[in-house]
Design a protein around this ligand. Sequence first.
Ligand SMILES: [Zn+2]
Length: 511
Amino acid sequence: MNKFYITTPIYYVNDIPHIGHAYTTIAADVLARYKRLKGFDVYYLTGLDEHGQKIMEAAQAKGVEVQKHVDEMAEGFKKAWNKLEIKNDGFIRTTSEKHKKVVQEFFKKMMEKGDVYKGQYEGWYCIPCESYWTEIHLKDSPKNKDKKKYVCPDCGRPVKKVKEDTYFFKLSKYQDQLLKHFEENPDFLQPVSRKNEVLSFIKQGLKDLSISRTSFTWGVPIPGDDKHVIYVWFDALINYVSALDAFDGKNYKKYWPADVHVMGKEIIRFHAVIWPIMLMSVGVPLPKKVFGHGWWTVEGKKMSKTTGNVVDPIALAEEFGVDPVRYFLLREVPFGVDGDFSRASLIARFNADLANDLGNLLHRTLTMCEKYFKGEIPNPKNHKFDDLSKELVALSEKTIDEVDKSMNALAFSEALSKIWKVIGVANTYIEKEAPWKLAKAGETEKLEAVIFNLLEVLRITAILISPYMPSTGEKMLSELKASDIRELSFGKKLAGKKVAKGQPLFPRLEK
Ligand SMILES: [Zn+2]
């Protein structure tokens, strides 16, 4: 059986899950579900990044023990993913014993390889981002033009000058090997725009990376020198193998390397530069693909706590339903490109795509099946009796393959457009074939073929949309009496079953 290992980043436990987290997590869930549907043995991992100075400070501000603080925050993420129908196989937390053990083992391996040395770090640190910046980074950043005090090129907040004993990781040693990997694996980093950005960063010259801190204690101690804790990013990246019980665990042997790491574009550099080099150092295969998706603005504005326009995915799901939210996020914008969220566009998609196109096709077809055949699905002699029928059948068969290509490229929106094209053609097919006229004229064979074709298109559609909209897919299949007929090809297994029409899938929103 083919395996498929997919991950989201581990989210910062201090955050409250917002639409950005939900986007990554839903996207990965859709692909994981799709791969399961195609018979893959899937492992879908998400989790939480729970170490670092800022987390320690947040707990102190709250007056609780740090572990208690992260435990409480972790519940919020678990609830959110549960609500959004995320079906993950693993949930890794960096404060778990299992993780800490692997981090130390990883570190030892790098030391044994001679890739870690002790020195002194002097530079700039952004506490909220937990990232280090060199003078050059800061000077080159447009955010630092005309400013007396340096700010973080990522988030714009002030950086702090730090000087301390530290362990360094020999990033520079692997620069050529990494460039070669990019050359030999053109699909390693996607989309292409991200790749060019990262390649030019590598070519500027990689500097050895400071990977330990002594100024705080909330982290994984360095084996044999516990005054030092391991740099949080380093610690965090190892989650992708610690969750699988590296390096001897059954899951590690089965699922590593990852087939795809999915993430927001802001953390691409950690995943496409530092992480692969860490893996090269310990001598294990690199992930097959790293994909950095775009960001959401809200009604044209950058989403931020200060603006107060952070979108809560749970509230949204409660108002519109889980499936419409999942559908909207992946349909509205091609994965990899930035997009804008607005209620108006969500409502427009809901009414046009879900209520009109999909909902009506199902409802009309089931109504006709009831009216003309007492609900019993016909078994036509020749279901491709005319050109329109041939086209509809051919299109829906072709779409199964095309959707597969799009899904494998993480082109979620493209896959949905292809599915909706079939839905559109099926709706037109009803108008053109006019079953009510066939019924009147007593052309039963043709009428059987038309209704049969529509039901079969709906069955295939239900399967193809089920990774995006799990409940909707199941509901449709159950109304079509096809819950156990999951073949992705045009067939006749439905014939003779009795449909069970339910309430319309998506009643129009009047707003
Ligand atoms: Zn920052």
